[in-house]
Write a protein that binds this ligand. Structure first.
Ligand code: SAH
Ligand code: SF4
Length: 365
């Protein structure tokens, strides 16, 4: 079996190259070929010694997951469905905007956390993605978008300027692999993204938030979705383990290390569930202890979800209350609707190892 070099951050690549008798700066050159040039053919890595290239040829490869489909929405949002083995698939989404381009990256095949309104959660959990499978999404998207290599735009005009870990899965329950992939995103010999332009979204796995603060602080988004524990217990079941008070304390600890001085709270607007004016007032009180911005997300429906999107008047009224309490609020535009690439719609295809779907259908929860 060949070693996939996308598995390694710089430290790993230096160590791996050392096993082939190569010095650290050779590993750095190799890293630049792979990630900055998007090169997978060792014979083209012309500044590496021929002997090193031959050893790599024999023992290594640079390979992302195979593309099953590639679709572009009318608003330019592009979605790749990637085969993750065993009939399963994950999704990666590129969202072009005027001054930036954001890649939404998956961290797991499915998700174990069962948030009530999430298409990924409804499918159950299959497995964690490896480092190569996570960073491979960025590597592949850059290649597919013509963003790297000889014809790439000048520096400063990056096609992918931001990465959000907001695809399928809960990134903090795949901690080691996600952090290693984050190292590659941030590394100047690879993608050189600033910590402020890489955002990890979590449903609130408190101990791992502390670990992330220590090991690799990037911008943080937290899926709050409810102003109180009773409702959040239902919508985001991990709240039963880490209730709102503990979550907010973890946010404040995180901010001591974070590259930004606020946390983004995501709040999906569910008609008649969490979108009343009274709940907006309560939310403003709840988040008051944490320097934050609130991102209201229109619910993206999927079959049998049991929820409806809040009407736009309700979203506006909710936003106004928050703003009157002095909070900074943004309302997310839905992007890629016509190719099911919108937030929370990423379903891929997941064979649920936990057999959750069947349990749910049988009402055995
Ligand atoms: N597991 C992480 C990151 C992936 S989900 C998390 O939960 O934060 C990215 C965002 O999409 C989260 O805020 C999530 O709550 C939200 N989301 C999930 N399902 C959605 C849906 N159907 N409509 C809109 N947003 C959704
Ligand atoms: Fe998992 Fe996030 Fe979906 Fe919850 S919202 S089920 S944590 S992917």
């Amino acid at each position: 079996m060949k070693v996939n070099l996308l598995e390694f951050d710089r430290q790993g690549l230096v160590a791996h190259s050392a096993t082939m008798g190569e010095r650290a700066f050779r590993a750095q050159q190799l890293m630049r070929w792979i990630h900055r040039e998007g090169e997978s053919d060792f014979s083209r890595m012309t500044n590496l010694a021929k002997s090193f290239r031959e050893k790599l040829e024999a023992s290594a490869e640079v390979a992302a997951l195979p593309i099953i489909s590639d679709s572009t929405a009318s608003d330019g949002t592009r979605k790749w469905l990637l085969a993750s083995g065993g009939g399963n698939a994950i999704e990666t989404v590129f969202i072009p905007e005027v001054n930036r381009g954001t890649l939404c990256v998956s961290s797991q095949v499915g998700c174990a956390l069962e948030c009530a309104f999430c298409a990924t959660g409804a499918q159950g959990f299959n497995r964690n993605l490896s480092v190569a499978e996570i960073i491979g999404q960025l590597w592949l998207a850059n290649r597919e978008l013509g963003a790297i290599g000889p014809d790439a735009p000048e520096a400063g005009e990056r096609v992918i300027s931001n990465v959000v870990m907001m695809g399928m899965g809960e990134p903090l329950t795949n901690f080691r692999n996600v952090v290693t992939a984050l190292h590659v995103m941030l590394d100047d010999h690879a993608y050189g993204l600033s910590r402020r332009r890489v955002t990890l979204s979590t449903s609130g796995v408190v101990p791992e938030m502390d670990r992330l603060a220590r090991e690799c602080p990037v911008a943080l988004a937290v899926s709050l979705h409810a102003p109180d524990d009773a409702l959040r217990d239902r919508l985001v079941p991990i709240n039963r383990r880490f209730p709102i008070r503990e979550l907010l304390a973890a946010c404040n600890r995180y901010l001591e290390h974070a590259p930004r001085d606020f946390v983004t709270f995501e709040y999906v607007m569910l008609d008649g569930v969490n979108d009343s004016v009274e709940q907006a007032r309560q939310l403003a009180r709840t988040v008051a202890p944490v320097p934050c911005k609130i991102n209201l997300i229109p619910f993206n429906p999927f079959p049998a979800s049991g929820f409806r999107r809040s009407p736009s008047e309700a979203v506006r009224a909710f936003r106004d209350v928050l703003q009157q309490s002095g909070l900074v609020v943004t309302t997310r535009k839905t992007r890629g609707d016509d190719i099911d690439a919108a937030c929370g719609q990423l379903a891929g295809q997941v064979q649920d190892r936990t057999r959750r779907v069947i349990r749910r259908l049988q009402g055995v929860q």
